[in-house]
Design a protein around this ligand. Sequence first.
Ligand code: SF4
Ligand code: SF4
Length: 299
Amino acid sequence: MRGTVFNIQRYSLHDGPGIRTTVFLKGCPLRCWWCHNPESQSCRHEIMVFKERCQACGICEKKCPEKAISIEDSFIDINNEKCNLCGLCTDLCPNNVFEYVGKDMSVQEIMKEIEKDEIFYEESDGGVTFSGGEPMIQVDFLNEVLRLCKERGFHTAVDVSGYGAWENFKKVADKVDLFLYDLKFIDDEKHKKYIEVSNELIIDNLKKLSEIRANIYVRMPIIKGINDNDEDIDESIKFLSQLNILQVNLLPYHKIGMDKYKRIGMEYKLSGFERPSDEKINEIAMKFNKAGIKVKIGG
Ligand code: SF4
Ligand code: SF4
């Protein structure tokens, strides 16, 4: 069995307890306006283009077998409809303008990568986190890697959007030590606007995970002017107070992934919004604390 991976990050401190190896699987059913891994969204492999590094030498344009590359007025462009993802340009360019995103790996290959960091898991009470994209989109592959991780005694966390069939959650739940569960907006109208789907399924799956007593950290992005107001925060607290969750992570909005959008020819729709102030984030954290919900600022 093979899965599509776009990154394996070692020594991660933000994706669950201890030192972790985070495996990023490609593909996501959602299109959050501020997604900081837009290269994770498509299930297909992709070429990321760092246009600013190009010196217009013309090698790639000449050699591309599909004539997918053009240089006009020193600006490089790839026609994605013509590109067959052969990867030749990534090897040829002397300035590393092209980066290949996506790698098909077998379960055994992934396990080999994970096992390299075993010593860190033992020393730090860490483990392995599966993120994305949405790792549940490759549920059979995920399930098999989780099974082997549990066999090896590794702590497992899965970072999920919640937007998927409950059957899939049931399939993996007994092999997941911790769900990192994204709850972006409690207000369904905002959810429909900025995530482009209703939050109904996400809320429903979260309730079900809580009912089966899964270990859950709820992750909430906080965006100034969108969901940092009292009404949204109070509603979130009211809802989460009824569930069995271990903690809430408040994730102040940032623009770190913004440049990546240009590199894969996508539009960044949330420009113009800012990170909330530290005072505001602390104030929100206090509200959660007062309601008896353990809260942490950051991942
Ligand atoms: S990946 Fe291959 S087909 Fe696509 S632009 Fe590069 S050289 Fe051309
Ligand atoms: S090979 Fe690299 S530097 Fe040369 S034109 Fe192509 S992208 Fe630009």
